[in-house]
Design a protein around this ligand. Structure first.
Ligand code: AKB
Length: 298
């Protein structure tokens, strides 16, 4: 029987993924941990928990995101890399299946920014991106050398309203909604015409579960799958919010995150994900904005 361990369960993805997994497989089959219950850098504690609870799958979400990682590069590197290696090693020893999120941050120079293909070069500009690119290769290595069934997607910016954004470059698309609902102005740290790929959290959760449930045979990508849903810039998001809340205004004061955003592609070719495990997003910009404003206004 499936028994799932989630690390980083109180983060932006974990908050919604935990609920979705509990609804799907039963609350008793899902153990949600955050740093308070399980430090992923403590391999002994991780292995003990896996064995005590007879874990069969890990969704390893604990990580430092792009903006936060630039402020503490070596600490972020240790958390992102050693945390993943501990999980992969536990998976090798106890024959676990693993989901691990990668990111569009693996891309940097020398890629088509409007349509970045699955196999584009990965020359990231941030510590976070470097850790994700290295992590992707470790996943492939553990799959090829030890048969660890580890699966991954490259998430774009994720938009949700249930949990705070966690220190990423795409956080503005999360922070802006409570401000708009509370009739506060919002100052965006990116320039108005900086496009980025984005995804509503319901689609992100669906991607993780569908990929984990997919039959193994058709899966040809053991680094991480490109997945895409929508692409917009802050000015387009401002207008989409104004369609519901006409008085809302966004101000712009770019900071160090502008350089990071400009290093990322804003469109991804996700044909492999669509063909090999049926990836299909359900939310575009308008639907996302409508849903979040509806939920936060209740
Ligand atoms: C970030 O902005 O760091 C993340 C990501 C794109 O991986 N949301």
């Amino acid at each position: 029987m499936k028994k799932i361990l989630i690390t980083g369960a109180k983060g932006q993805i974990g908050t919604e993924l935990t609920v979705a997994l509990q609804e799907r497989y039963g609350a008793d089959q899902v153990i949600a941990t955050d740093i308070r219950e399980l430090d992923v850098l403590d391999k002994t504690a991780l292995m003990a928990l896996v064995q005590k609870e007879k874990i069969t799958e890990i969704y390893h979400l604990a990580a430092a995101l792009s903006a936060v990682a630039e402020k503490q590069p070596l600490r972020a590197w240790e958390l992102n890399m050693q945390g993943l290696l501990n999980v992969l090693d536990a998976a090798k020893i106890d024959n676990l299946k693993v989901f691990w999120p990668s990111s569009i941050a693996v891309f940097g120079d020398h890629v088509g920014k409007a349509v970045c293909s699955q196999h584009s070069v990965t020359q990231p500009k941030t510590v976070y991106g470097i850790s994700k690119a290295a992590g992707e290769n470790w996943c492939k290595y553990y799959f090829e050398q030890y048969g660890v069934d580890v699966r991954s997607v490259r998430y774009p910016g994720l938009i949700s309203y249930t949990a705070k954004a966690g220190g990423g470059t795409t956080d503005y698309a999360v922070e802006v909604f409570p401000a708009a609902i509370e009739k506060r102005a919002y100052t965006c740290y990116l320039k108005p015409h900086t496009p980025l790929p984005m995804m509503y959290m319901a689609d992100a959760v669906q991607a993780a579960i569908s990929l984990m449930e997919a039959p193994a045979d058709p899966l040809t990508i053991r680094t991480s799958y490109n997945i895409a849903a929508m692409s917009f810039n802050p000015s387009q998001l401002e207008k989409a919010i104004q369609a519901h809340l006409p008085a809302f205004k966004m101000a712009y004061r770019p900071d160090f995150r502008q350089v990071i955003a400009e290093s990322w592609p804003f469109g991804l070719d996700d044909r492999h994900a669509r063909h090999e495990w049926g990836w299909q997003p359900g939310y575009d910009l308008e639907k996302t904005v409508e849903e979040i404003i509806h939920q936060l206004s209740r």
